[in-house]
Design a protein around this ligand. Structure first.
Ligand code: NDP
Length: 333
């Protein structure tokens, strides 16, 4: 299958180009950028045959079967709607859109058109998270009472552009990182947050957008979830914990793009290290996408998953802005 990259982005060059090329029979035929020179340089640097500044030109190529959208967040919706209309399968970056209505529209349109629509939530592809999900599903910690997510990082220098100063482009730590934590918690618990409270702030990087947030979510089961996301924490490290009636799962350094970290479980018999596979997260995500596009199964995270993670993030932002509890609106999906 031939792919077009919609967006000459760092996430594509750092991870997704290689992950597409790791799939048998998949190749990247063209790249779109808003800037002609950057498009040409990007194509040359990454061995991509064609480049363009014209989305319609790319989408009208019948040889293109799928697109990977990794532009800034406000462009995802119009580009995805155009790609859906052209009948292309779509892997879209998170957050799917800057509004819930837009995200719902994208997912419904893809459904009607019969194309695969996936959200690039990489964390649920990690061996660590797959192992945690299995531990919880098998009842090893009993009924889950609470979860804690530590996802306060030091935003790398090269990413300190639109993420920290451009609200219109979808900047801020909530659309950037809280969406991932929402997806990860949903993946582990198999349920969707009902209500959230939150506080957000600026702690050194944000200009007109938040760079730090803490929130507490109520789950339908009654479990409570506590999360912390930030761009300004050089030494905090990341992690996730699930505490249940029969045991607790601890994981450190697992809220990351790399297949690293430690997972262990503590229960009545003491502590046990949990082994997990160390495959590339993005290669697995693209593998699941490739199978779905071939008519076999579903993507690791589909469009509905993308709508729901965005819905939680928007509720967290509203709760922080208004200083009150907010029920999560999933837009009828
Ligand atoms: P980038 O800032 O690298 O790219 C976004 C856009 O910025 C590109 O489409 C490009 O515009 C422009 N751009 C890129 N590099 C330059 C440059 N050197 N000079 C001028 N403009 C440039 O963003 P990211 O790759 O960090 O993020 C893109 C999307 O991917 C976002 O939606 C983000 O949320 C998501 N993301 C997801 C991750 C995941 O693991 N799932 C991880 C990181 C990001 P143009 O295309 O017009 O040339």
């Amino acid at each position: 299958m031939k792919w077009a990259l919609i967006g000459a982005s760092r996430i594509a060059s750092g991870y997704v180009i290689d992950a597409i090329r790791a799939q048998s029979g998949h190749e990247i035929a063209s790249v779109l950028s808003s800037d002609k020179q950057r498009a040409q340089e990007y194509a040359r640097e990454h061995g991509i045959a064609r480049s363009s500044t014209d989305l319609d030109e790319i989408l009208s190529d019948p040889e293109i079967g799928a697109v990977y959208i990794s532009t800034t967040n406000e462009k995802h919706h119009p580009q995805a709607m155009a790609a859906i209309a052209a009948g292309k399968h779509i892997l879209c970056e998170k957050p799917l859109a800057t509004s819930l209505d837009d995200a719902v529209e994208m997912v419904r349109a893809a459904d009607v058109k019969g194309v695969v629509f996936a959200t690039n939530h990489h964390l649920r592809n990690a061996g660590s998270h797959l192992a945690i999900r299995d531990l919880i599903a098998s009842g090893r910690i009993g009924d889950v009472l609470s979860a804690r997510v530590f996802h306060a990082v030091n935003l790398p220098e090269q990413l300190r552009g639109w993420r920290i100063n451009d609200a219109a482009a979808g900047g801020g730590v909530i659309p950037d990182i809280t969406v991932h934590d929402a997806d990860t918690v949903r993946f582990h618990l198999g349920e969707d947050p009902v209500e959230v409270v939150a506080q957000s702030g600026v702690s050194g990087l944000g200009q007109g957008v938040e760079d730090s947030v803490m929130s507490v979510w109520t789950m339908p089961s009654g479990a409570m979830v506590q999360t912390h996301e930030s761009f300004t924490h050089p030494y905090a490290g990341t992690g996730i914990e699930f505490h249940g009636t029969k045991g607790s799962i601890f994981a450190r350094d697992v809220m990351t793009q790399r297949p690293v970290g430690d997972v262990w479980i503590v229960g009545p018999d003491g502590m046990q290290d949990i082994q997990f596979e160390d495959h590339n997260l993005y290669v697995r995500a693209l593998g699941e996408f490739a199978k779905a596009a071939a008519g076999n199964g579903r993507p690791a995270a589909d469009g509905v998953d993308g709508v729901k993670s965005l819905a939680v993030a928007l509720a967290v932002r509203e709760a922080a802005d208004q200083g009150k509890a907010v029920r999560v609106d999933y837009g009828g999906i």
